[in-house]
Design a protein around this ligand. Sequence first.
Ligand code: MN3
Length: 308
Amino acid sequence: MILRLDELALDLPKPKNPSANDAAAVQELLGGKFGEMSTLMNYTFQSFNFRGRDRLRPFYSLTAAIAAEEYSHIEAVSYAINLLLTGTSKRGTDPVPGPLAGAADARNTHHFIASGQAALPQDSLGRPWTGDNVFSSGNLRLDLLHNFFLECGARANKMRVYQMVTDPCARTMVGYLLVRGGLHVYAYALALEKLTGVDVKKIMPVPNLSNKMFPEAREFMKHGLHRELYTFSPNAYKEAGFIWNGQHPEDGSELVVIEGAKKGVPYPVLEEEPQLNSPGEDDFDPEMFADIAKKLGLEKDLRAYRPK
Ligand code: MN3
């Protein structure tokens, strides 16, 4: 089962230049073949399908823990897309002046037609993410090899999107994913090494460019995010530490497994977009819950989320 936390993994700065086309490019890191939906679903299915997991427990635990983290990555990419899209149409209630006119020139018009200026499970060409992107052969060595390759491909795409999109919101998110994805590349390399004796890290980094070349990634590395593997569970997956241990190949720092998840931050506020009728329901007043909130002892909770 998954336990959900109402937090975002990292603080995303508000975009300086909201841009629908930047958002469209970032979609590749969400719903592309090598995007976060693919890493999430690959490791999720591999962990569900893992046979003989008692004997091979550390490999199962590593895959399961990383799978859970990937959920937080699809959130992070989605919020970056949502923030980049905020401010790309004219906010208002009158349809006649054509507040969405600019969207006709946007690369992904689905952001304005099929969603309320928000992320969709698609790649940068607007193609829907598909289960064909999941590889779950049931053969451990093959699955780990695939995962190593998938993370290297993901890394390449992150670097390319970084070079396309200069807004600090997108770049902070990509810097974060480079560091965490870089950790996952190395984790699968270590898993393959434990399994086969082959020193897979000798072919790293792929592509041959250090995360340190990216200032936003450097910042996250200062806080140890390149060496801390989280279990994303209150009581399981600690055996991932049988694989995730030793020294980081780049800076020699100690690899550690941390129980649970890294503390996140509150979600960035996504304002209403009346020109899209998003979310609509203008007549709805949260006050209608006041009586039931009192009965349930949730008055404080109601006050906390109610708009001022
Ligand atoms: Mn990831």
